[in-house]
Design a protein around this ligand. Structure first.
Ligand code: ATP
Ligand code: MG
Length: 438
């Protein structure tokens, strides 16, 4: 992509409405624009990252055995009356009436809708288990939308639902998702902290939240510093000891925190009290929805079995804020490679110079041919402005070509994260970034 043609409205000044760094940087880097409180448009650069995050989530859901479908954003109120949640769910739910005076709502979550779909087609014990997910916009009319995409009103969520024959199988589904979540967040360059959590309006009795540590996080966590050693490859979801393995390390939200237990179990030097951003949550809630909504299958001996359920959410759009909170410096964003909107930012230091242009155009074409995602700053701007823009949008590699580089046949390469610079021939520069793509 040529920057001269790209829609990338960068802001020079810090927007006054943004209180935290990720919100500030997403606005300044031209990733999002607010359309109403807590409701954002995703501009091209922001959308590229959103899609990358979404794709990592999708791959790990698929690998865990979940199948993707797509449910609508609007739901009929009747289903929520069946589960009993229509009256219980607070003002966060946006209630709408259509032209025929039917009560509708913009889904804040989808337990009822998926249960309706499954009960309509899954009739025999042989049809279970099933795990179904979608990645869809949700609406919650939050009292205080703030911090940009971190607490929006409209936001993108991955929500998955499991249906099993009995509790042991449902708990195994729960821990299969637990392991998938650890992998998902690690692939994005994050260090997830899984903590015991309250179940809130979703209900149930087994739940964990996954947090990213950040001073701007809205949750308070108490945990054993060694919890980062929890290795998802050691999680055998069907083992009766899986819960014990995870409970090896004390980690809880403030609602679930027990100071006496914390002090008894965790040596002082490993006790952490920190703020966290909730990027995902998993719930096992048994028959909370399947019972009132009569989601049953015929068992082997013709008995009726009520399905055992769980649900599993990831805040896809919130993750962008969390990733930036964990990856930035004074000059801007530092994208972890797997979610970077482009891998390379190619800077032509002297756009008006024919030789520089030729060398840059040539490397640009070769990068593209090698499948490397590259943003080419071919604008007629000062070198300072170009460096500042590249640092702000945080691409992992900056390739810089100016008159001196052309003479010596070298590209200056800057690693955005380490700040290290090296000079390589254009061929070696290409090989450096094409290695993992080609
Ligand atoms: P919170 O406690 O932050 O309000 P929640 O516990 O109500 O979130 P869940 O029902 O667990 O949210 O939804 C699944 C995931 O969706 C959350 O872990 C979070 O990452 C994301 N999410 C929830 N609310 C919002 C929001 N208002 N804006 C952006 N993401 C959100
Ligand atoms: Mg939650």
């Amino acid at each position: 992509m040529r920057l001269s043609a790209y829609f990338l409205p960068l802001l020079k000044e810090n927007p006054a409405e943004a209180q935290i760094v990720s919100h500030r940087l997403m606005l300044r880097a031209g990733m999002i624009r607010q359309s109403a409180a807590g409701i954002y448009s995703w501009l091209p650069l922001g959308l590229r990252v959103l899609k990358k995050v979404e794709q990592i989530v999708r791959e790990e859901q698929d690998a865990a055995g979940a199948q993707e479908l797509l449910m609508p954003t609007l739901q009929p109120a009747e289903l929520w009356r069946e589960s009993g949640r229509y009256e219980v769910y607070g003002k966060e739910m946006l209630r709408i009436r259509d032209r025929h005076d039917r009560d509708m709502l913009y889904g804040p979550t989808n337990e009822e809708l998926i249960t309706d779909i499954v009960r309509g087609s899954v009739k025999s014990y042989r049809d279970l288990p099933k795990m179904l997910y979608h990645i869809q916009w949700k609406f919650r009319d939050e009292v205080r939308p703030r911090f940009g995409v971190m607490r929006g009103r409209e936001f993108l969520m991955k929500d998955c639902y499991s249906f099993d024959l009995d509790k042991p199988a449902a708990v195994a589904s729960y821990f299969r998702m637990f392991a998938a979540y650890m992998k998902t967040f690690k692939r994005m360059g994050l260090t997830p902290i899984p903590v015991r959590a309250d179940t809130g309006p979703i209900g149930g009795d087994l739940s964990h939240e996954f947090h990213v540590q950040a001073d701007t996080g809205e949750s308070e966590l108490f945990y054993d510093a060694d919890v980062v050693k929890l290795d998802e490859s050691n999680i055998d979801p069907t083992s009766p000891d899986v819960q014990k393995y995870i409970a090896n390390w004390y980690a809880a939200t403030d609602e679930k925190h027990d100071q006496a237990e914390f002090e008894a179990r965790v040596p002082e030097e490993r006790r952490r009290r920190a703020r966290g951003i909730e990027v995902g949550q998993v719930f096992y809630f048994g028959t909370k929805y399947s019972e009132p909504m009569k989601a049953v299958v015929a068992g082997q001996d013709k008995t009726q079995i009520t399905m055992e359920m769980g649900s599993y959410g990831i805040g896809v759009s919130r993750l962008l804020g969390a990733i930036i909170e964990a990856n930035h410096d004074d000059n801007g964003i530092i994208w972890p490679e797997p979610v970077a909107p482009f891998k390379v930012g190619l800077i032509n230091l002297r756009a008006a110079d024919a030789k520089c242009k030729e060398a840059c155009d040539d490397l640009y074409a070769k990068l593209q041919k090698a499948g490397v995602e590259v943003l080419y700053d071919d604008r007629d701007e000062s070198a300072g402005a170009k460096f500042a823009a590249m640092d702000l949008i945080g691409l992992p590699y900056q390739f810089v070509i100016g008159p001196r580089g052309v003479t010596n046949n070298v590209v200056e390469i800057k690693n955005r994260r380490s700040g290290e610079k090296q000079e390589l021939s254009p061929e070696a520069a290409l090989a450096l970034v094409a290695g993992t793509n080609a």
